[in-house]
Design a protein around this ligand. Structure first.
Ligand SMILES: Cc1cc2nc3c(=O)[nH]c(=O)nc-3n(C[C@H](O)[C@H](O)[C@H](O)COP(=O)(O)O)c2cc1C
Length: 319
């Protein structure tokens, strides 16, 4: 069965609030899990390393207390994202803390997840790997992961370009384990659509930036609400890897459209602005985000939309 036991009966929505650099922290994670969707954060958001120990202690304590107070409540498991790339100098230390705190759900990005899978399985946790191509999915599956996260075109962060329809169906041709779909999913209708396409969960990043509990600045949250899809630019000029960014934040940082090529554009970057801190990422999902609710309010709304979408009849066009 594709949905691992740790998620079964513990969610109000088949949704994972995706890990976001400088955006997701313990407040968002705890609020998401208590509302019944899996809250996650990148380990690198906790700085310095001691803060990661504190965050994991706090999250385990608060979610443990909530579950003890109401054992039948749908309180979702939380997750930590580990960047396995060799440039991540903290990986070993962060991973040691993940194992120490028995983080139930680990999301790996880049690199080979084999070692992580072994250690996390040993204490009963699950490992999902995010991918932008079927090719990467095959490698992660060979390494023993429990789930594949398809990050499709239009997603916030380092998105791919492959259409969600094509990516999910391509991976479903060879993978019958847990499958997650991300990329411009901002409402309950789209969550249901992701399931119908073959995903078990939706992966929602951008929508959770504009919540009360996210660590984004008020200006960033407002920009998400004001932006339309045409404000999103897909460029490798900021970090060297293609990602989707809010154009108004790039403009404020000194970028100009005519010179936003890959090489050399950083020369325009003279205002002391830092990537991710001052240049803000978001996906095409901004098109329908207009408010900054609490996470609990947002999840309640998603659940209403999802249930309405689940009740849709066949098209009247069909005989
Ligand atoms: C501001 C921002 C930061 C992100 N940082 C990370 C990260 O640190 N690690 C990661 O695996 N994905 C990261 N992502 C990607 C998300 O985890 C997720 O794949 C994506 O947000 C889903 O698409 P959506 O934003 O359209 O909902 C980031 C996305 C955003 C918008």
């Amino acid at each position: 069965m594709p949905v691992p036991q740790i998620f079964r009966g513990r969610m109000t929505m088949p949704v994972i609030a995706a890990p976001m650099f400088l955006v997701s922290g313990p407040h968002l994670v705890i609020a998401a899990c208590k509302a019944g969707v899996a809250g996650t954060f990148p380990s690198l958001n906790a700085r310095p390393i001691e803060v990661l120990d504190e965050w994991l202690t706090q999250i385990n304590a608060e979610l443990g207390a909530a579950m003890a107070a109401d054992p039948s409540a749908p309180i979702a498991p939380y997750g930590v994202n580990l960047i396995l790339h060799h440039s991540n100098k903290r990986l070993e230390e962060d991973f040691t803390l993940v194992v120490k705190h028995k983080v139930p759900f680990v999301i790996t990005s880049l690199g080979h997840p084999g070692e992580v899978v072994k250690a996390v399985h040993a204490y009963g946790g699950v490992v999902f790997s995010d991918v932008i191509h079927a090719y990467h999915a095959k490698k992660a599956i060979a390494a023993g992961v429990d789930g594949i996260i398809c990050v499709a075109g239009g997603a916030g962060g380092h998105a791919g370009t492959q259409s969600a329809f094509s990516l999910v169906r391509e991976i479903r041709e060879f993978w019958d384990g847990a499958l997650v779909l991300g990329g411009a999913i901002s409402d309950g209708w789209s969550v249901r659509a992701a399931e119908i396409m073959g995903a078990d969960f939706a992966y929602m990043g951008t929508r959770f930036i504009a919540t009360q509990e996210s660590m984004a600045t008020p200006e960033y949250k407002r920009m998400i609400c004001d932006a339309t899809a045409k404000d999103i630019v897909y460029t490798d000029a900021i970090t060297g890897t293609h990602a989707n960014f809010l154009w108004p934040s790039l403009e404020k940082a000194g970028y100009r459209k005519g010179t936003l090529g890959s090489a050399g554009a950083k020369e325009d970057f003279g205002s002391g602005a830092k990537a991710w801190r001052d240049t803000w990422s978001a996906g095409h999902g901004v098109a329908t985000i207009h408010d900054i609710p609490t996470t609990a309010e947002l999840v309640a709304r998603l659940a209403t939309e999802y249930r309405a979408a689940c009740a849709l009849p066949l098209s009247p066009a069909v005989a």
